[in-house]
Design a protein around this ligand. Structure first.
Ligand code: MAN
Ligand code: CA
Length: 214
């Protein structure tokens, strides 16, 4: 009786932990992107790969318990995925978000200096919009055009003049400099996006549209 209660407690604890631990669902196989139900692999099982109902060997009641917890968990995750996908659809329809690959871009419509923009994005759990390919640059550009305002990007000049990198420190793997830019030679340490999607190095204390990525 005691060991049964212990198993029940453990099982419930596992279920609660899995359900309540905040997680980035894009990290779970089959839960990345929108509407990804087609051909979605089954989620990783708590008890290995459940090919069917509990077998006869081992502790059938324990296998049964985990099997049903596992099925419930699977259903919860599939429903969450559907619900999130519908919410993303609503936000996209209303022009509140732009999606590119795994990234979601959004603006609060405010024009502030670079540090304040970065702070707002981080406070919201994201960071400043940082285009790393043409698709992402286009998604950010859509927002720049929507507000008809230049926006700061998550790119900054390092100690070496003319050397720009992502705010996290890595070297740029994609650039979209406007002709003759960057030209600040150490005096323009931030980067703005123009309304044609090209980039200009610019002083960091100006008022530019805040666009974040999540
Ligand atoms: C201004 C600033 C510079 C920019 C030039 C381009 O001087 O916006 O950052 O390079 O215009 O002519
Ligand atoms: Ca410049």
């Amino acid at each position: 009786m005691l060991s049964y209660s212990l198993y029940m407690l453990t099982a419930v604890a596992v279920l609660l932990m899995t359900c309540h631990t905040p997680c980035k669902c894009s990290g779970i196989p089959g839960l990345s992107g929108r509407g990804g139900l087609k051909g979605q692999p089954r989620l990783p099982s708590l008890i290995g790969s459940p090919k069917g109902p509990p077998g006869r060997d081992g502790l059938p009641w324990l296998r049964g318990l985990f099997y049903s917890l596992d099925s419930n968990l699977h259903n919860v995750l599939v429903n969450l995925q559907l619900r999130l996908s519908r919410l993303e659809g609503v936000l996209a329809l209303n022009g509140k978000i732009k999606e590119a690959g795994e990234k979601i871009f959004a603006s609060n419509g405010k024009e502030v200096d670079f540090e304040s923009a970065l702070e707002s994005c981080e406070e919201a759990g994201g960071t400043l919009a940082t285009p790393t390919n043409e698709e992402e640059n286009k998604a950010i550009l859509d927002i720049v055009k929507q507000y008809n305002r230049y926006a700061y990007l998550g790119i900054r000049e390092g100690e070496i003049s003319g050397q720009f990198s992502y705010i996290k420190g890595m070297a740029l793997n994609y650039t979209k400099w406007h002709q003759y830019e960057p030209n600040g030679k150490g005096t323009e340490k931030c980067v703005e996006m123009y309304t044609d999607g090209s980039w200009n190095d610019k002083k960091c204390n100006l008022y530019r549209l805040t666009i974040c990525e999540f």
